[in-house]
Design a protein around this ligand. Structure first.
Ligand SMILES: Nc1nc2c(ncn2[C@@H]2O[C@H](COP(=O)(O)OP(=O)(O)OP(=O)(O)O)[C@@H](O)[C@H]2O)c(=O)[nH]1
Ligand SMILES: [Mg+2]
Length: 297
């Protein structure tokens, strides 16, 4: 059979479940997920295989009204991700429905020439009637070639969606070896897994302005890996929150991140975390490069 390979840009508002869906389509965790909006900061390519097709899924940061420099860099990265895609998949949270922020996004989408599909996610928590109303509303605004209703967490409708994506990508050789699941390096993955734990364990307490930088990533001869990371926060009070009483919170974050990473990398992990106050980290060009974002003026 002829091989197929194509790029599907997964775009949508923050918290719609884009990363969860990308993981579900791949059948393995490649992207971090949290209840906090704006979890994904950089584009990440996840690689799914269905029969003869290699589907390159571009997970992007949520699209919203950007204000700060970091926000602007994230939204720029999201739209840039749709460039040259064979298909744009708009993912929305069907529970929160149709709102203003989505309308602006639909206007942008309308002007783009790539074929588009709509994915109504989180059907497990949305009444059926509301789904039908949404289908009508969205169809009035943009010419979607197909509309899917899925639940990325229960897996409902995901296999069907995957087959459709496979059928839609063009013929061509595979771009990645068949055992590769994403384009992220282990070093990047390590930083993301720690950031996910920060989000999961601190929730509302967590300062949005935090970042994780991997300072050292060293493979040892015994097959284990030694990782040193810095958690950057803007203020000393935020450092205290991340540390917790007697450093207990940081310890828990470290333990959970290490366990998760060991599982993903398939090797023993020695993880060392440090919290550093760096008030101006959002204005640090070098850091943007380290976390994979382009600097926007
Ligand atoms: N009930 C339900 N929750 C879901 C579903 N898909 C995702 N979620 C939850 O929605 C939240 C956001 O999921 P993410 O995958 O991080 O969303 P995202 O669109 O990647 O968000 P950003 O990266 O911030 O733009 C998480 O708490 C997920 O567990 C779903 O199908 N049903
Ligand atoms: Mg995401």
């Amino acid at each position: 059979m002829t091989k197929k390979c194509g790029l599907v840009a997964v775009v949508g508002p923050p918290n719609a479940g884009k990363s969860t869906l990308v993981n579900a389509l791949i059948g393995q965790k490649v992207a971090i997920v949290s209840p906090k909006a704006q979890t994904t900061r950089v584009r990440l390519m996840g690689i799914a295989i269905e029969g003869e097709a290699q589907i390159l899924l571009l997970d992007t940061p949520g699209i919203f009204e950007p204000r700060r420099r970091l926000d602007r860099a994230m939204v720029t990265a999201a739209w840039a991700g749709a460039q040259d895609a064979d298909l744009i998949a708009l993912v929305v949270d069907s529970k929160t429905g149709f709102f203003k922020r989505i309308e602006a996004m639909l206007d942008t989408l309308k002007g783009r020439s790539e074929p588009k599909i709509l994915i109504l996610n989180k059907v497990d928590v949305t009444p059926k009637e509301e789904l039908l109303t949404l289908v009508t509303k969205f169809s009035e605004r943009v010419d979607f070639e197909e509309i899917f209703m899925v639940s990325a967490t229960t897996g409902d409708g995901v296999a069907d969606l995957k087959q459709t994506l496979a059928a839609r990508v063009p013929e061509g050789p595979w771009h990645f070896p068949e055992d590769q699941v994403s384009d992220a390096t282990d070093r990047m993955l390590a930083a993301e897994v720690t950031r996910e734990q920060l989000y999961l364990q601190l929730r509302a307490e967590l300062p949005y302005a935090s970042a994780v930088e991997t300072e050292k990533y060293e493979e040892r001869r015994d097959g284990s890996v030694v990782i040193h990371q810095q958690i950057l926060v803007g203020r000393p009070t935020q450092r205290a929150i991340v540390l917790g009483k007697g450093g207990a919170r940081l310890k828990e974050i470290g333990t959970a991140a290490r366990t998760q990473l060991a599982e993903l990398l398939g090797k023993k992990v020695h993880l060392f975390l440090h919290v550093k106050v760096k008030p101006d980290w959002e204005e640090d060009r070098g850091l943007y490069q380290e976390i994979g974002l382009d600097w926007v003026e």
